[in-house]
Design a protein around this ligand. Structure first.
Ligand code: KG4
Ligand code: ZN
Length: 351
């Protein structure tokens, strides 16, 4: 079966084709992405109305592109999948509307997919896919969660952020240092040049004894340091900016690392899956690799280019859900979107 996946929950339009196989996990046939980052950068963050309008412009050309590069005709598509939530309501409606229109015109089933389940299952598209069960560290722009994953659709949340997500901590810290939007990757580049011990920053909830996170206080501490440094933060003859970036990254990474290792210990699981945009962070990967190898734990990541939002993870989650019998692909084209949608509640979903 061939699955067409459409992602439009935030500032990236992603479209992809995934094919199920008789043996092994579904495989990626082609994917295409248009990032709106340049457009939103001028505003210092995502402008929802502009995001929706741009998704409308991009989604059909990207669909044509993936069909052409996989040498697949539209009528060979068996199921059309789209991101149903969580995300920006207007942006989600674009993907949902287009997916249902394509499905109705082909008389093929349409499936609404949870964006975070897409991230969670994206490592199954890599050359070294995980096996169930595992502990998952889901670190995206809007979510930070540790989960116990027994199978497709079986997600128990062990802990999550009580305020900002890890990606938000990167982005907000970067913004107040004048590093643009989204600041995570830029902050991380500066961090490589700095000293992670230069500034003492808090490690929120590190010793809380549970698996919850809190990053709002860290952002405030970064702001206080930046204000203390004043214009000197940007003085090219000092290393202040690189040092503050390195110290911020070190604080975020240490909390994610220690909580993940504690979750592995508490569950007795021997496998960790990292997913979501922050999973692209080099320092996080290096430190997780080192700690997991010492603890005899296998750690899996999505391919670097599939860490942030993309259509491949949506097509993949749809294919894996159908294969696992978690979701019936129905010929029904009435759609809704769920801008807020907890991941723990999607054992089986009816459209
Ligand atoms: O998963 P994602 O694409 O979006 C959501 O579903 O929210 O994640 C985007 C987040 C942003 O906060 C971005 O700054 C962060 O991932 N990010 C990074 C890196 N690459 C992306 N944060 C730190 N280091 C990176 N290399
Ligand atoms: Zn995402």
């Amino acid at each position: 079966m061939i699955f067409l996946g459409i992602e439009s929950s935030c500032d990236e339009t992603g479209v992809a084709l995934v094919e199920t196989q008789n043996h092994g996990y579904p495989r990626l046939l082609s994917h295409a992405l248009f990032s709106q980052i340049d457009m939103h950068q001028a505003y210092g963050g995502v402008v929802p109305e502009l995001a929706s309008r741009d998704h409308i412009k991009r989604v059909i050309p990207l669909t044509r592109k993936v069909l052409k590069s996989a040498n697949v005709n539209l009528d060979q598509v068996d199921v059309v999948a789209y991101t149903r939530g969580p995300g920006l309501a207007g942006a989600l409606l674009v993907g949902a509307g287009v997916a249902c229109a394509i499905g109705a015109s082909l008389q093929k089933p349409v499936l609404g997919i949870h964006h975070l389940e897409g991230h969670l299952l994206s490592p199954f598209l890599s050359d070294d896919p995980p096996e169930f069960p595992f502990v998952a560290l889901l670190v995206s722009g809007g979510h930070t969660q540790l989960m116990r994953v027994e199978a497709v659709g079986s997600y128990e949340i062990l802990g999550e952020t009580i305020d900002d997500a890890a990606g938000e901590a990167f982005d907000k810290s970067a913004k107040l240092m004048g590093l643009g939007y989204p600041g995570g990757p830029t902050l991380s580049k500066w961090a490589h040049l700095g000293n992670p011990q230069a500034f003492k920053l808090p490690r929120p909830l590190l010793h809380s004894g549970n698996f919850d996170f809190s990053f709002a206080g860290l952002k405030t501490a970064v702001l206080t340091q930046a204000q203390k440094l004043g214009p000197d933060l940007h003085n090219p003859s000092t290393t202040h900016k690189a040092d503050l970036c390195a110290s911020t990254e070190a604080a975020i990474v240490e909390v994610l690392l220690k909580k993940s290792m504690a979750a592995l210990k508490a569950t007795g699981m021997r496998r960790l899956v990292v997913a979501g945009g922050v999973g692209a962070n080099r320092s996080l990967r290096n430190q997780l690799n080192e700690s997991c190898s010492k603890a005899g734990v296998r750690v899996h990541y999505p391919e670097l280019h599939l860490c942030t939002d993309n259509g491949a993870m949506i097509a993949m989650a749809a294919a894996m859900r159908v294969q696992a019998g978690k979701q019936q692909a129905e010929l029904s084209y009435g759609f809704d979107v769920k801008p807020r949608w907890p991941l723990g509640s999607i054992e089986s979903v009816a459209l």
